[in-house]
Design a protein around this ligand. Structure first.
Ligand code: BES
Ligand code: ZN
Length: 854
């Protein structure tokens, strides 16, 4: 976009403006003549006007394309070109559109459309990247059958669907399933593969490949196993079989997102597929398994049934996140997965939902759709599916989803279609439930209780604060999973789901011998903020006795949060009851180590800041940091006697295996080591570093050494050992910034941006440094404003290269209204500086404007 265009008001798109495209696209034939700076794309597209169409204007999207020629039915056409596409006079009956365009993959630093990464060609078309490849109705409701011919010198030439022919310098692919252009993909490079096969439920043999750059072939085995597990799981859990002869995955180093579900040709950020014990942590392995599953599951929820328009993004993303979470729960521990997801939801979605970027799970307007791949659409979108399933029950859920697949296969759908299958198959009226899709903001749920003559009443009151564009909120349906415990810790009321529909509503339980202790919102049955004044004794009790593991963790988490808040606000000493309960629990061998590790993991500093803000208190990042340090130090001292034994007991012997049980043990081991390091200054961590034969242990040891400011030698050794491995280097960059003290964080990050291995052009490297800075709460929000300035400096430079990654990183500023006037002024200054940058992208402009509008 030129600077002139940037100065004009950006166009806003509205859900209510939806009109279908006036033409059917019967078939698409594409030929690619690959050349780094001048690739030719030839298209032959058959269009048929739709009878009765209201909009018969022939408009094709196209951006940054050099049009070489255009023909209609073999005759030169004379389209009108704009920066967004073209319009043209066309016949009233079926016709063949032929165009040739030239594009510049090597010059494409935005990593959208066709671009080059490490010498290979690859594509990223979601959401609106196909229009940078050729002229086309680039909207998800236009589905067609693609045949692709690739001419290039590369050894491997890939596209969607099944291979038709392959020879030196030429490949042809045909995808029999109609798809929108955003699922188009092409890869060409001198790649090597890790092959395998899978036999589907009905006996169809599928060829599987993970394609990587030479040298990475030993990092594919884990991803391949994850893929086969995903294929089996989708058959068993959802009755969904794979539908092509071949499934290809390609790893690329330069990628804006984690991975992309292109039909039959998934493209992955190499960080989300390559794994080896020496270079990947347990967390990496778990993420890789989940993301491979996620992209694979899109084959049905996203590809076979796609979205009518981008307002419906949660239709495929919320559902697919929900499905991948179910998969992970089945493969690993369900409660550990649930706890981790809630931590993530509170860290990323709650602040978004309560800040200037708050938007409904189905937004009604946007300027740049890339800015709406948010925690709200993904994670809150998945929570909505979970609530729906809880309300209707497992069997009814499965029946409704079966109906969804039956009824809508091959279509581009809406949230209305999704809810309709639930209404039709269960007879339920979901009109009120639908508010979860249309109303932004996180509901708060106040709880009051009373007990009299064996009768126990809980009264809930829900309210949601105003969000941008939505001053008034209506009550939502809230499924509240509840259990009741007696004074001995026995369950007197097993989990039951209360269906709250009113603004204020009471539920009574009779025949109780004594006043029970309630366990509310088990498994976090709804994405709300629970407000309940309760004693630390009751939380300690639940931490010890609740049969619901989520709520056991929640009790501990609340205790930790309240203890920290008391320390911050009143300079109180760490809560003794909490420390005691924690000690007991950590030593309880009957509990899953992964669970114990989560209980030991303190709430993040940003979480404390958010909670204070929600309570109307201005958080002081430095004080929050100090309280975290004090609490950790106190905990270490309290546990001093048992730490060496716990460390020994949780050390996993033998060859590394990334399985959930071993990983859980290592997670607890790492929590023990961080406490131990506070007592021994890093002696044990240094020993672990020296003997580690896997990245999980090497990384944990280095982390705690850096945190103790005693890891310079190891950091240097780490760098020398791994300087040739991009993904490990990302860890090295990130760790130093993440663990720097508040005073040093910005300076450390700034130094790293001058490092010979730093580059703005690789999103992983950029995120390693800038993401870690934004994630270092007290460092980023240091009163000097140096963190704000450094991030803004880098965002301004990156914007001209890669708007998408720049715009996403702007979310670091979304919480600015939490802080004091001085910090707000410092942040505002940086936001205004970014906004006034000449030629700023539409992506970044929209983000900064919305954040500033708070
Ligand atoms: N369809 C998305 C990838 C995508 C996002 C493309 C935004 C274009 C713009 C993909 O299915 C996805 O959601 N990927 C996630 C990971 C997933 C496990 C939630 C990602 O890339 O972070
Ligand atoms: Zn997805």
């Amino acid at each position: 976009m030129t600077s002139d265009a940037a100065l004009t008001e950006a166009e806003t798109f509205y859900l209510n403006d939806y009109t279908p495209f006036g033409f059917e696209v019967d078939s698409v034939e594409l030929t690619f003549r690959l050349a780094p700076s001048a690739t030719r794309v030839l298209s032959k597209i058959r269009f048929t006007p739709k009878p009765g169409a209201t909009d018969l204007r022939f408009f094709l999207h196209g951006e940054k394309l050099k049009l070489i020629s255009a023909k209609i039915d073999g005759t030169d056409a004379t389209p009108d070109l704009t920066a967004e596409g073209l319009t043209c006079e066309v016949p009233e009956t079926s016709f063949l559109w032929e165009a040739e365009v030239e594009i510049d993959p090597a010059g494409n630093t935005a990593l959208e459309g066709l671009y080059m990464s490490g010498g290979m060609y690859c594509t990223q078309c979601e959401a609106e990247g196909f229009r940078k490849i050729t002229y086309y109705p680039d909207r998800p409701d236009v589905m067609s059958i693609f045949t692709v011919r690739i001419e290039g010198d590369e050894e491997v030439l890939l596209s969607n669907g099944n291979p038709v022919s392959q020879s030196q310098g030429l490949a042809e692919w045909h995808d029999p399933w109609p798809k929108p252009a955003y699922l188009f993909a092409l890869v060409a490079g001198d790649l090597v593969n890790h092959p395998d096969t899978f036999t589907t439920q009905s006996g169809k043999e599928v060829e599987l490949n993970i394609w990587v750059r030479p040298g990475d072939e030993d990092k594919c085995a884990f991803g391949m196993e994850a893929l086969k597990k995903s294929m089996t799981w989708d058959e068993e859990a959802y009755g969904r079989e794979y539908d092509l002869d071949i499934f290809n995955i390609v790893a690329v180093d330069d990628f804006n997102m984690g991975a992309m579900e292109n039909k039959g040709l998934n493209i992955f950020n190499s960080s989300c597929v390559l794994a080896s014990p020496e270079t990947s942590t347990d967390a990496n392995f778990e993420r890789i398994e989940a993301i491979i599953a996620h992209e694979y599951f899109h084959n049905w929820t996203g590809n076979r049934i796609t979205c009518r328009d981008w307002f419906q993004l949660c239709l495929k993303e919320g559902l697919t996140v929900f499905r991948d979470a179910q998969f992970t729960s089945d493969m690993r521990s369900a409660s550990v997965k649930r706890i981790s997801d809630v931590i993530d939801l509170r860290a990323r979605q709650f602040p978004e939902d309560q800040g200037p970027l708050s938007h409904p799970v189905r937004p009604e307007e946007f300027q740049e759709i890339n800015n709406f791949y948010t925690a709200t659409i993904y994670e809150k979108g998945a929570e909505i599916i979970g609530m729906l399933k809880r309300l209707v029950g497992d069997a009814a859920y499965r029946k409704a989803v079966d109906l969804y697949f039956d009824r809508h296969d091959g279509q581009a759908c809406t949230i209305e279609d999704w809810l309709q299958v639930f209404e039709d198959s269960t007879g339920r009226d979901l009109a009120q439930f639908k508010r979860w899709y249309s109303q932004a903001g996180t509901p708060r749920l106040k709880v009051a209780e009373s007990y009299e003559d064996g009768s126990y009443t809980l009264t809930f009151e829900q309210s949601t604060a105003a969000t941008p564009g939505q001053p008034q909120k209506d009550p939502r349906v809230i499924p509240i999973a509840l259990g009741l415990l007696n004074g001995n810790g026995d369950e007197v009321q097993p989990t039951t789901v209360l269906e709250m529909t009113e603004a204020k509503q009471s539920f009574t339980f009779d025949g109780l011998a004594s006043k029970p202790v309630p366990s509310i919102l088990r498994e976090f049955s709804a994405p709300v903020i629970l407000e309940r004044a309760t004693s630390s004794a009751e939380r300690t009790f639940l931490l010890a006795h609740d049969s619901d593991l989520f709520n056991r963790w929640e009790a501990g988490n609340t205790l930790a949060r309240e203890a920290r808040i008391d320390m911050v606000l009143e300079g109180a000493a760490p809560d003794a009851a909490y420390l005691e309960a924690l000690q007991k629990l950590v030593r309880d061998d009957s509990l899953d180590p992964a669970f114990r590790a989560l209980v030991l993991q303190p709430p993040s500093q940003s979480d404390i800041a958010q909670t204070l803000y929600e309570r109307g208190v201005t958080p002081d990042p430095q004080k929050i940091y100090d309280a975290a340090e004090t609490l950790a130090q106190t905990l270490a001292q309290q546990l001093a006697d048992s730490l060496p034994r716990l460390y020994a007991e949780t050390t996993v012997e033998g060859a590394y295996s990334p399985d959930a049980a071993s990983a859980g043990k290592r997670a607890l081991n790492a929590r023990v080591l961080t406490l131990l390091t506070r007592l021994d200054g890093g002696e044990q961590a240094a020993r672990q570093y020296a003997s580690a034969d896997n990245m999980t242990q090497q990384y944990a040891a280095l982390s705690w050494l850096l945190q103790a400011e005693n890891g310079a030698a190891q950091s240097h050794a780490f760098f020398e050992q791994w300087r040739g491995d991009r993904l490990v280097m990302d860890k090295w960059f990130a760790l130093q910034v993440a663990l720097a003290t508040p005073e040093k964080a910005a300076a450390v990050a700034k130094d790293l941006t001058r490092h010979e291995l730093f580059t703005l052009k690789n999103p992983n490297r950029f995120r390693a440094v800038m993401g870690a800075l934004a994630g270092n709460h007290a460092g980023f929000h240091h009163a000097s404003g140096a963190g704000y300035q450094l991030l803004a400096d880098n965002l301004i430079v990156l914007d001209s290269l890669n708007p998408q990654t720049t715009a996403r990183m702007c979310t670091a500023f979304q919480t600015w209204k939490r802080y004091d006037a001085d910090r707000q002024a410092l942040i505002k200054m940086q936001l205004q500086r970014i906004k006034s940058t000449t030629g700023l992208s539409r992506d970044t402009n929209e983000m900064v404007s919305r954040i500033l509008d708070a």
